[in-house]
Design a protein around this ligand. Structure first.
Ligand code: IMP
Ligand code: MG
Length: 182
């Protein structure tokens, strides 16, 4: 993996495709132990979680459903603090075992909006799986049930995550270079 340039910003390798693959397999094992026989419904948060969801769910050998919600809080590399729901919940989630799939949890605002809405539908259970959690300065890491990797408070892209719409197709995860390195 070498460097990636998007709109004059330079990103360097952080997590390899192989490391991601290993962690996705591990998460699939945990989910199998917990949900096999429960016919859960996975809700992947678009756009970012689409690749993670595709890889993870193809490793699950038990019956489950998959649906999508679309939420957005980012503009460029900054969170706007305002989460917008672009495609809402269509399924009846009452009495269902629901698992949210996220690409990355940072402030937890996106997740809070999603979990509040799902809880109003009285699911049998609700858990959150995210590929990445970001450690913010002076703030505890937002709690999730399962995660792939914990990363520093720096902007990342690849494996579903984008910078201004670009970079989602990269097989690994890249981090923006600290200023002054090049
Ligand atoms: P939160 O609502 O602050 O937890 O932000 C979560 C959402 O912001 C994620 O679902 C991503 O779509 C986006 N996001 C947060 N950090 C990054 C990043 O480093 N790169 C790309 N998108 C990010
Ligand atoms: Mg997201």
């Amino acid at each position: 993996m070498s460097y990636v340039k998007v709109h004059e910003r330079i990103f360097e390798p952080l997590i390899t495709k192989e490391q991601i693959g290993g962690r996705v397999e591990y998460l699939a094992g945990l989910l199998t132990a917990e949900y096999a026989g429960k016919r859960p419904i996975f809700l992947a948060v678009l756009n970012g979680a689409f690749i993670f969801a595709a890889d993870l769910l193809r490793q699950l050998q038990f019956p489950h459903e998959i649906s999508f919600v679309k939420m957005s809080s980012y503009q460029g590399t900054q969170s706007t603090g305002l989460v917008t729901e672009l495609i809402g919940f269509k399924e009846d989630l009452s009495n269902r075992h629901v698992i949210i799939l996220e690409d990355i949890v940072e402030t937890g605002r996106t997740l809070k909006l999603a979990t509040d809405q799902i809880n109003q539908m009285h699911p049998a259970s609700l858990k959150v799986v995210t590929l990445l959690v970001k450690k913010l300065k002076d703030q505890p890491v937002y709690p999730v049930d399962y995660f792939g990797f914990e990363i520093e408070d720096r902007f990342v892209l690849g494996y579903g995550l984008d910078y201004d719409g670009y970079g989602r197709n990269l097989a690994g995860i890249y981090v923006e270079q600290a200023k002054g390195v090049l």
